[in-house]
Structure formats: C-alpha cells, structure tokens
Design a protein around this ligand. Sequence first.
Ligand code: EPU
Length: 337
Amino acid sequence: MFEIKENISLKNYNTFGIDAESRYFVECSSINEILDFIEKHKKQDLPLMILGGGSNVLFTKFFNGYILRPSIKGIEIMEETKDHVVLRVGAGEDWDEFVGYCVDNNWGGVENLSLIPGNVGTCPIQNIGAYGVEVKDVIVEVETIDIKNLKINLFQNSDCKFAYRDSIFKTKLKGKQIITYVSFKLKKQSEYKLDYGNLIDELKQYDEVNLKNIRQAVIDIRNSKLPKPEEIGNAGSFFKNPVVSKERFKKLEALYPEIPHYKQSDGLVKIPAGWLIEKAGWKGKRVGNTGVHEKQALVIVNYGNATGEEIIHLARNIQQTIIIKFDLELEMEVNVV
Ligand code: EPU
C-alpha cells in the first residue's frame, strides 16, 4: 500500500539537487497501486505530476499538488530467439543498472546509453540519446495508464512519435499518461555503433571491441566531461542542440569556418549548443550558486544551494547571448516546473 507524504523536500528526487518542496508525494510500486491512488486523487482538485529519476527536471518553486513516482520494478523476458531478446522492464528500474544488466547478459543495443541518469520509465519521454544511439532504436512498446480514464494503453514504437529528444509523451500527451513498463528488443549478435565523436579512439586501449568495453569507454568519456550529479547538481544537457536549415548553416559557417555540425538525414544541420555557448564565453563561468560546467558548456550546474529561479535566470542570460551572437534560439531540454 502506498503512503502519501506531506510537505517533503524534493532535494533527493532531482539530480539538480534543488531544495523545493511538494505538498504531497507518493511512490507506487505496481499498476494497481497507481490505479488506486489516481481514483483517490481524482476527488481533489490539485495538480498531479509524474516524476521518474528526476534527471531532467528543474523545480523553481513549491509544488502545490501531488507528485507521483512510479517505482515499479522487474525485468521479464517476453521473447527470445537465437538473434534477439525482448524484455519488459518496470518504469522504476534505474536506467544505468538496466544497461549494465543487458551488457552482462551480452544483449546489445543500449551500451552506448551507459551512465545516463534516470529511470527506465522516463527514457521514452525525451527519447534519451548518446554516442549515436537513441532509445527509440530499441524500444518495442510503452505501457501506460491514462490518468483521465484509468485505461491501460499500449503504444507501439511508431505511436510514440519519437524524434530528437522528443516523443508524444512530451508533446500531445504531456502529463496525461503514466508510463508503467517499457519493452526493449536487444540483439544477441554483435553489431556496434562506434562512429560518434571520440568513441572509437577511446576503444583503442582495449584488445577487443565488445559490449562490456563499449560500456566502459562510454562511462569513461562521460566521466571526463559530465559532472556527477551526486557531486555537483545538474540535469545533463540543459539545452537541445539547435537544428537549422542548410542555408542558415552556410551563413554561420562563413562566419565561423570551424563550427562543428552534424548533417541530418532530412537535409537539416544540427549544431552543438555546447560549442555555441563556449564560443559566447560562458564555459566555466560561475554566477553565484550556479554556473556553466567547465568541461561541457551544455551543462548548467548547481554549486550547492542554487534555487531553480537562479538557474533559470542564468539559462535565460545564455539564451539571450546566443541570440545576439549567432541569431539562434536555444530551446531548453530540461522540464521546468
Ligand atoms: N563542444 C564544445 N564545447 C563544449 C561542449 C561541446 O565545443 O563545451 C563541441 C565538441 O567539441 C563537439 C560537439 O560540441 O564537437 C559535441 O559535443 P559532445 O559530443 O560532448 O556532445 P553534445 O552535442 O554537447 C550530445 C547530447 C548529450 C550526449 C552527447 C554524446 C544533446 C542535447 N546532448 O551533447 O546528452 O551525451 O551528445 O552523444 O543532444 C543529455 O541529453 O543530457 C546529454 C548529456
């Protein structure tokens, strides 16, 4: 049975380490508990927010409502052939522990997504991605509960409308569905994605390229650039990398011939926001309790007691500078509450 806690600090429930409070907080460890809770909650006129690992959220003030944290556990094999395995995983499983489990079993597909903070249940929302892989590449289906009518829904991969750091759960269905389980299809045959950035170089020190070594290489690259949330509060990339037309890119390239970029399959060009922010002079800058990480300018950090408002203020200043310098708008990737 779930317990509804009152006026609790969210500091330990968001990787930014923001000390905001929520009026009510509840953890549910099964579909039935969630259904039970929603039935009871419906009678009250307070907002409901679903929180996963808290790795992509910025609390700016007291949350006068209910925060529901699905903590459903379990990994079940749904299908297994000589080539692949399909796993159904509870929303409350820790993402990186799940990746470790797959690698230990020699099931490939998520190794490039090692060490991403958060839970399995939130990985589809923003279609987490790193080192040339996005979670949409391995998701089969997403199971949810519709908050309004309490129906259990199944979203097949194509129903999820996955795009770069985006899905239907972030747009049309934002706040409307509670993700309970996610199913993944993983490969038993070796097929690796090694063409992103310095991954291949990082792997040169190993005798063999295998899932375990790829996972370790990704962990090492991430540790060298990204601050550990347990040490310095952060939510990974604060902004999305802007995607611009070819024409717009040509103009920027004429001014900055060294500008890094990734051509997209639709002809558009993605520009690393970290480069833009660094070029604008923000990298490593500290403003009171917040700042721009010294090794990766895309990450805003909390040096200790920052408030959500302070972080938003810094983010807006950065956005402003990028408009003035490059005439580009940076979209926040983090969910501001
Ligand atoms: N760059 C700079 N200065 C910086 C940071 C980056 O010049 O301070 C340049 C790098 O030199 C490189 C390019 O920007 O040429 C790309 O940098 P990096 O490989 O570090 O990746 P990113 O584009 O900054 C994205 C994801 C990360 C993910 C990495 C690796 C987004 C918003 N971010 O960052 O995801 O780990 O690629 O795949 O797409 C996250 O979403 O929280 C996250 C960390």
